[in-house]
Write a protein that binds this ligand. Structure first.
Ligand SMILES: *Cc1c(COP(=O)(O)O)cnc(C)c1O
Length: 438
């Protein structure tokens, strides 16, 4: 591996666990991007989710209100906005909103998008190949005993820090698969317990996420009837996440919120391995191009994607290489090595990244429950670092000027992407509420 990255100022700051913003100098005007994937891939994923909607509704009656479409609400959070401005003595110009993937049906996190989508795509492929289904069929037939028995010969495996396992585990069990989830050391006990209740085999590792993934991939390869959902490389997961952008467009239209040259949209996404925030960013850029500005947020103890992008080394570098432990209270973000696939796609698209110390996760979490009565898990609260610091760092102020937005920030919209929380048990919520870190 190249060693010259060590002298980069950004790497030195990361290795000292400093809170920073990093602006992506490789971002280019959207019209000049030549991506190998595009809107037609997102359309295909959306159509597949539509075909499965009757089946989802049948397996998960709680999705009935939305006719089997798993989607979250977008809400203004004016009290939180005011609270953040007053507490942190900053301005958040424009309107702050919360995209509540924390409350997505079935998995209670953003993983209900990519994870469930990939399970369904695999299911469709198997069923079509076996002649159990045509794409014109009513997909509720997949819930018949004959089909469930068919799927029960197959195994789905996945490596997870928790939420991906929950989403894949619950969805796969509903289809009828055997499921094996390889959990990293930081995964919370309640997530393991919940999965076991769904009949999922949970394999526990003492190591971090990357090791759990590696071992899961190895075991799955040995079994021809096993399918491994590969969070580090999966284009399917990515497209499942990307569909969120089309749904968001509809919601913004309904709420009469403009996104154009005079009304920029800022989106702040907590990032782990990169699939979820990357897929969503890709979708948003396909729709709004240069008028949307996407920032990832990572903990100072595990800034894997930032490290990969800033050095250009992507998955050839991990946070342990610069002396970090990767251990963070943000369990959903406790990833040492980023997805190389996602990092490469993000190079011309992503605006930048913020990092934050773990203690703020709990502060922002309490602030949101106190002001808006919405509970998020600590990882998800990383998103608030974006709007708080947007006008606090010189680098972001310069970004705003350079992109000609100096005079239009009052008409901006900001979306903090809430990535998880609704499945967190009551006693764990109380524990989080009473957690204060130095
Ligand atoms: C998984 C997860 C993320 C980040 O998604 P990646 O695809 O790992 O980058 C963010 N927040 C929560 C709560 C998550 O579970």
């Amino acid at each position: 591996m190249r060693e010259d990255y060590k002298v980069l100022p950004v790497v030195q700051k990361l290795s000292k666990e400093e809170q920073i913003v990093w602006i992506n100098q490789k971002k280019i005007p959207f019209a000049q991007c030549s991506l190998k994937i595009g809107m037609s891939d997102i359309d295909e994923a959306e159509a597949r989710l539509q075909r499965f909607a009757p089946f989802i509704m049948k397996c998960f009656p709680e999705t009935g209100k939305e006719n089997g479409i798993i989607e979250s609400i977008l809400t203004p959070i004016p009290k939180m906005q005011k609270h953040l401005e007053e507490t942190y003595k900053v301005r958040i110009p424009g309107k702050l909103m919360l995209k509540q993937d924390s409350h997505l049906a079935i998995a209670g996190s953003i993983k209900a998008r990519g994870g469930i989508y990939e399970v369904l795509k695999h299911t469709e492929e198997l069923a079509l190949e076996a002649g159990l289904l045509t794409v014109q069929d009513d997909y509720t037939k997949l819930a018949e005993p004959k089909c469930r028995q068919f799927f029960n010969q197959y195994t789905i495996q996945v490596g997870s820090t928790g939420n991906l396992g929950l989403s894949i585990g619950i969805a796969s069990a509903a289809v009828g698969y055997k499921v094996m989830v390889h959990m990293s050391a930081d995964a919370r006990q309640w997530k393991k317990d919940m999965l076991r209740k769904h009949g999922v085999t949970v394999v526990e590792y003492e190591s971090d996420y990357s090791e759990a993934v590696k071992e899961g991939r190895r075991l799955s390869l040995k079994d021809p009837k096993s399918y491994f959902i590969d969070d580090e490389n999966s284009v399917n997961l990515f497209m499942g996440y990307a569909v969120a952008a089309k749904r968001l467009k509809k919601q913004l239209n309904e709420q009469q919120i403009l996104v154009d040259e005079n009304h920029p949209l800022f989106v702040y996404l907590p990032c782990g391995v990169g699939g979820a925030p990357g897929g969503i960013t890709f979708g948003l850029k396909e729709i709004w191009g240069d008028n949307v500005h996407c920032f990832f947020v990572e903990p100072v103890k595990a800034p894997a994607m930032l490290l990969g992008m800033a050095t250009g080394l992507h998955n050839d570098i991990c946070v342990q290489d610069i002396g970090l432990t990767g251990l963070t209270h943000a369990d959903g973000l406790a990833v040492g090595r980023p997805s190389g696939f996602v990092g490469n796609v993000m190079e011309p698209l992503l605006s930048g990244e913020f990092t934050l110390e773990d203690k703020w996760l709990y502060e922002y979490m309490r602030a949101l429950t106190d002001t808006e009565e919405i509970f998020l898990e600590p990882s998800a609260c990383a998103a608030f670092e974006g709007p708080i610091k947007l006008l606090a760092y010189e680098e972001t102020k310069e970004y705003i000027e350079r992109n000609g937005m100096g005079n239009i920030m009052e008409t901006a919209s900001h979306i903090a992407w809430a990535t998880g929380g609704s499945l967190v048990p009551e006693e764990i919520r109380r524990e989080y509420k009473d957690t204060y870190l130095d």
